[in-house]
Design a binder for this molecule. Sequence first.
Ligand SMILES: CC(C)(COP(=O)(O)OP(=O)(O)OC[C@H]1O[C@@H](n2cnc3c(N)ncnc32)[C@H](O)[C@@H]1OP(=O)(O)O)[C@@H](O)C(=O)NCCC(=O)NCCS
Length: 142
Amino acid sequence: MSSARIETRELLIGDYAAVVALWRQVEGVEISEGDLEHEISAYLQRNPGLSRVAYDGDRIVGAVLCGHDGRRGWIYHLAIASSYRCHGVGKRLVDECVAGLRDAGIRRAIILVAGDNAPGRNFWLRNGWEELSEAVPMARDV
Ligand SMILES: CC(C)(COP(=O)(O)OP(=O)(O)OC[C@H]1O[C@@H](n2cnc3c(N)ncnc32)[C@H](O)[C@@H]1OP(=O)(O)O)[C@@H](O)C(=O)NCCC(=O)NCCS
């Protein structure tokens, strides 16, 4: 695989089936509340241009969701197909998310990494993210 032939663009709702298939394939991404097609469609409309895919010809090989609430940016579900890893594609998608957030006036972004996803955690640490040792993630259904 040559990284030269990988291109990136905005994630569009027409990519939904391919992107969900990718998320299901990779370890470390959990499909959860908010990931149904109409929910992702609403998310993309609310955060135009921020979520990204990488593609090789007609195959989606990477995807990431990105949005913001006006104060913090959030990045979710970064996934690169296993045969396309270690070629800078994950970093490229994250850099594009960060650039989009910066353009939208957002100054800080947050990600949640599953506690048992050591490779994912190491990827983020390697790429300039820091652990929030003073914070404990909490959630509830609403
Ligand atoms: C984590 C993941 C997105 C990395 O994608 P990738 O395209 O292989 O990463 P890149 O090639 O862009 O790597 C960029 C840099 O991070 C480093 N890196 C990549 N994976 C790493 C890992 N698991 N641990 C430490 N460093 C890592 C690379 O060596 C590279 O460093 P460099 O710039 O100094 O050369 C990919 O392995 C993946 O999809 N994993 C499964 C899903 C997942 O865990 N997602 C994160 C959910 S929180």
